[in-house]
Design a protein around this ligand. Structure first.
Ligand code: TYD
Length: 143
């Protein structure tokens, strides 16, 4: 799978047999980046709203392994909403996308894969600053 500069919903192959299901993720094969880190979000209350930031360098793949949650993201001047409720579906977001995760079901486990090691300084947590930086990059045609 090639690298992407736009969001993607990716459907993974479910290796299903009489013993159950297995999904395999391989960098640049069925996920569009090199994998450096993963983290998972659980024990979330239904009214939790996570994210609310953009990342200057990190690309993300969100997979709800159990239960469900919603992700919205700002792309093409519009807020898009995706419901994640199946461990065979992933939402890929490139770098510099403002995102929010919410409406977690009680049992939800949200797995997040990314191409970077954690660096708090690559986070933009102010929406106006994000728009300004995005515009600057867009105008310079760096994407
Ligand atoms: P945060 O980015 O605020 O979570 P979310 O985007 O889901 O709202 O991270 C929560 C805390 O976890 C914060 O103290 C930073 C820490 N953290 C790490 O130590 N490593 C990581 O890889 C991530 C994503 C967060």
């Amino acid at each position: 799978m090639e690298k992407s500069n736009h969001p993607l919903v990716i459907k993974f192959k479910n290796n299903l047999d009489s013993n159950g299901s297995l999904v395999s993720l391989e960098e640049l094969k069925n996920i569009p980046f090199e994998l450096k880190r993963l983290f998972y979000i659980f024990n979330t209350s239904n009214d939790a709203r996570r994210g609310k930031h953009a990342n200057r360098n990190s690309e993300f793949l969100f997979i709800c392994l159990q239960g469900s949650c919603k992700v919205n993201y700002f792309y093409d001047s519009t807020i898009h909403e995706v419901i994640l409720d199946n461990p065979t579906t992933g939402l890929y977001l490139p770098k510099m996308i403002w995102k929010e995760m919410y409406e977690f079901s009680k049992d939800s486990i949200l797995l997040v894969l990314t191409n970077t090691l954690y660096d708090k300084d690559e986070y933009i947590r102010d929406f106006d600053l994000y728009l300004k930086e995005y515009q600057e990059i867009y105008e310079k045609n760096k994407f």
